[in-house]
Design a protein around this ligand. Structure first.
Ligand SMILES: [Zn+2]
Length: 218
């Protein structure tokens, strides 16, 4: 059984690659809050286990076996997040930290029961796709709201889930996943106006917009 910390590395490499970033020693150290020396040590171990390939300048990539484990942990994480919101009354800003702890602890049996109880869901409370049991994962958008053009109509697909304060602000603004909005002007360059279906304008900061992923809406 792989240690929790090794599982966290595989997950971090997966998410950096998904963001089109290189999983370098420094990037992993920052993401996992550890020293560069510990990253080097762990990557060596994971390479010996044939879970990652590591090249100093390219950073780490997952082997098919490493990716399978990363997706399994991500499946646990996202099912737990959904279970906590749907069945236990947690709000969407409270579940990420809980899921980070619980994702390593649950058995396959527990995972199957949560999935069945929730009707085999495909997305978590933040709009992120839940990998299937076979390790398939739906594609998700990498386009953020701050890059969309004035006048375009977009649907919010997902919101980055690590920062609880940001999630609360996004919920207060009514910008939940699946919401369709129209992009307005950028009055001062640092903020963006968007219109919800009710025609009400919302003024949002660039920082918030950078954490909201969107797709074109018909
Ligand atoms: Zn999530």
């Amino acid at each position: 059984m792989l240690s929790e910390s090794a599982q966290d590395y595989l997950k971090a490499i997966y998410s950096l690659r998904h963001e089109n970033a290189r999983a370098t020693t420094n990037a992993l150290a920052a993401r996992l809050n550890v020293t560069a020396a510990s990253v080097t040590g762990m990557l060596k171990k994971l390479a010996e286990l044939k879970l990652v390939f590591y090249e100093p300048y390219q950073g780490a990539t997952l082997t098919p076996a490493g990716e399978k484990i990363a997706l399994e942990v991500i499946r646990h994480h996202r099912l737990i997040e959904l279970y906590l919101t749907e069945a236990m009354g947690y709000s969407w800003d409270q579940v990420h930290a809980e899921a980070d702890r619980l994702e390593h602890a649950i058995s396959e049996e527990f995972e199957d029961r949560i999935s069945t109880l929730l009707g085999h869901p495909t997305v978590d409370p933040h709009g992120d796709p839940i990998p299937t049991k076979d390790g398939e994962i739906a594609a998700s958008s990498r386009d953020t709201l701050d890059t969309s053009a004035e006048g375009s109509r977009v649907r919010i697909e997902r919101v980055r889930d690590e920062d609880p304060a940001l999630l609360r602000q996004v919920a207060d603004l009514g910008l939940l996943p699946q919401t369709v909005i129209t992009i307005g002007s950028r009055p001062d360059g640092a903020s963006l106006t968007v219109y919800l279906a009710d025609g009400q304008p919302r003024c949002i900061s660039t920082r918030i917009a950078q954490n909201i992923f969107i797709v074109d809406a018909p």
